[in-house]
Design a protein around this ligand. Structure first.
Ligand SMILES: C[S@@+](CC[C@H](N)C(=O)[O-])C[C@H]1O[C@@H](n2cnc3c(N)ncnc32)[C@H](O)[C@@H]1O
Length: 277
């Protein structure tokens, strides 16, 4: 892979030459930098992390991510490398601020453009459901930028607590409701139907699509996200259409698009599904 500029600078500063071992860039969440340094020795990792701290003036903590994200809460496995020993920070994007604990909650700064795109497409009168809300980055951007009412669901109780704190931090608590629990149980607890249902949970969204469709109004939109294998966007789009041809009623209308690359030959794709009768 092409070595990102920041990592290249840190490797040079740390006197480490083996750039080919670098497998990804740096995720900066608030003042915490998260890096993947598989293949480097413990000493090299510490030197690179120290160099990153010097290279990035806003960073106070450097953590190493070991492996991908995993488990029901979609968490990173993190190890402290340099700087302060904490995992809680405040991340700012799209005019919003989010308290995030990067070890105990899911958060990816790489989705900020997608969140802005969705928030800009929402109209003020819409009622929106976010089935997999995390600490609130989609929901709060929608409430703040579009002024719409949002119901968020989140199974990780700590992420849901931070979401509520973030609602207050962004002064949208009058427009956002957080439901702590399993999105599969939502139909049991509400009769509400939504103009827009967000499913930002690419590894499991297929399992929850019938629930999402049942909670959307007729004529409403379901935002369905998946990570799919493909050499390029058109191959990933075909894989998504194949999946939806099985999951959706015949004749359903939807559009598909690329969101971002998530790994070698893996692409995050979105489908916007128009809900019919
Ligand atoms: C990929 S993360 C997305 C979080 C958030 N939308 C964001 O962009 O930061 C998926 C989230 O869904 C939550 N989750 C997983 N299974 C769930 C379920 N059955 N019901 C509600 N939330 C769930 C996880 O804890 C995690 O916070």
């Amino acid at each position: 892979m092409k070595v990102p500029r920041l990592i290249r600078a840190a490797l040079e500063r740390a006197g480490v030459e083996e750039q080919e071992k670098v497998s990804s860039g740096v995720d900066v969440v608030g003042d915490i930098a998260i890096v993947r340094l598989d293949g480097f020795s413990a000493g090299e990792k510490k030197r690179i992390a120290g160099a990153l701290l010097e290279e990035m003036s806003t960073v106070r903590v450097v953590m190493e991510q070991e492996g991908g994200i995993g488990g029901e809460y979609r968490l990173r496995k993190l190890r402290h490398l340099a700087g302060a020993r904490r995992t809680l920070t405040v991340h700012r994007e799209n005019g919003c601020a989010f308290r995030v604990d990067v070890a105990r909650c899911y958060f990816s700064p790489r989705l900020s453009t997608e969140r802005l795109r969705v928030a800009r497409s929402v109209k003020p009168k819409e009622r929106v459901l976010n089935m997999f809300a995390g600490v609130g980055p989609f929901s709060i951007a929608i409430a703040k930028l579009a002024g719409a009412k949002v119901t968020s669901c989140e199974v990780n109780a700590y992420a849901a607590k931070l979401h509520e704190e973030n609602d207050a931090l962004n002064r949208v608590e009058d427009r956002v409701t957080v439901v702590r629990g399993d999105a599969a149980d939502l139909p049991k607890s509400t009769k509400a139907r939504y103009d827009r249902v967000l499913m930002p949970h690419p590894s499991e969204a297929d399992r929850f699509l019938p629930t999402a469709l049942s909670l959307a109004k007729k004529g409403g939109t379901v935002h369905y996200y998946r990570h799919l294998l493909g050499e390029d966007e058109s191959e990933a789009a075909e894989a998504l259409k194949d999946e939806l041809s099985i999951l959706l009623p015949r004749g359903s209308k939807y559009t598909v698009r690329r969101v971002r690359d998530v790994g070698p030959r893996w692409i995050e794709m979105a489908a916007e599904i128009r809900v019919s009768a």
